[in-house]
Design a protein around this ligand. Structure first.
Ligand code: ZN
Ligand code: ZN
Length: 329
């Protein structure tokens, strides 16, 4: 090791700041125009032909390999729209440098185009479905009635109808519900998939990063009464996390917000509970405020007592959701 930066620079054909993906940077140079960056994605794809171009290029790629390059005529033939070449080209050029790369050999999706394609696949509104009630594997933590999951309008609700408690409300794209190869129409497997899908979003949120657009989140503890779900959730305090860039937001209990605290995860793991794979709704300390003690509201100081294997871990957070204390009891 050395502290001289010049000695650490690798011998390389690439300049600092170059990406080593083959052909990627060069292709940017091959395009005639640079992105203007000013046109919104809504305007660009709010057109049937442009959406069809993105969809076709995504379909052509399939599940493996590099993004394929289609010549103009190959692409025009593959896109299922009846328009003359000049009109097709007009719409194609609107996408170039934003969602599509123009190379010497033809056209392919840019990474932003791939992401858009995946969102289109996941969110296809024409596939909207409903299902439920389904068993979600736990009895209501308040009244003991079996809780249930119901899916409608792209939202999966985990609820107790008996005492009208809302445990969770998850935006799940209809595409997520297409039977996986492993689970078919098996409801428990579907519920487990939704749980894991939700967890990856909540993990990012719990680390202060928006799971949709990767921007910083605003985090605030609010009075349980001020939650928009106050009527269906008996909570003293709620964590509100929101993204100023894309508007993603979540209201969760303090226990659930702490689900990925490393001290909490290991405490439970050492006592035979894997909180990263248990259905989150089955954890009463995460789903209710029974284990929550509000020590102070101004400034906020909130304790959660997490039981596992006969012991209890007390985790105390401040108004930023920073852990200020962990104590095993
Ligand atoms: Zn209930
Ligand atoms: Zn965001």
């Amino acid at each position: 090791m050395t502290d001289d930066p010049d000695d650490r620079a690798p011998a390389s054909d690439y300049d600092p700041g170059d990406q080593i993906l083959p052909g990627w940077s060069a292709d940017r140079d091959a395009t005639a125009e640079q992105p203007d960056g000013g046109e919104s994605a809504f305007a660009l794809v709010g057109n049937e032909i442009r959406a069809a171009i993105v969809e076709t290029l995504g379909d052509e790629r399939g599940q493996e390999g590099a993004r394929p390059i289609l010549s103009f005529s190959e692409l025009h033939d593959a896109v299922d729209v009846d328009v003359v070449s000049s009109q097709f080209n007009y719409h194609l050029q609107r996408l170039v440098d934003n969602f599509v790369d123009q190379t010497e050999d033809g056209y392919r999706l840019r990474p932003e185009g791939s992401r858009l394609y995946r969102l289109m696949r996941a969110g296809t509104v024409s596939e909207r479905t409903t299902f439920g009630p389904v068993d979600v594997g736990f009895d209501c933590h308040h009244c003991g009635t079996p809780a249930e999951g119901v899916y409608a309008d792209s939202m999966f609700t985990v609820q107790c109808r008996a005492c009208e408690t809302l445990y969770d409300l998850v935006l799940v794209s209809p595409g997520t519900l297409e039977p996986g190869e492993s689970d078919g129409a098996d409801e428990p497997a579907l519920v487990a998939r939704i749980d894991q899908y939700t967890r990856h979003r909540r993990l990012a949120f719990s680390r202060g990063v928006c799971s949709v657009c990767a921007n910083d989140l605003d985090v605030a503890l609010i009075d349980g009464d001020e939650s928009p779900f106050a009527e269906y959730q008996d909570r003293q305090v709620v964590v509100h996390q929101s993204c100023g860039h894309c508007g993603s937001q979540m209201y969760v209990g303090v226990g659930e917000a702490l689900l990925y605290d490393p001290g909490l995860v290991s405490f439970c793991w050492e006592r035979g509970v894997d909180v990263t794979s248990e259905l989150v709704w089955s954890l009463p300390w995460a789903m209710t405020d029974d284990a929550v003690t509000v020590q102070s509201r101004d400034p906020w100081r909130v304790a959660v007592d997490v039981p596992a294997g006969g012991d209890t871990l007390r985790v105390v957070v401040d108004g930023d959701l920073s852990v200020v204390e962990r104590e095993a009891r």
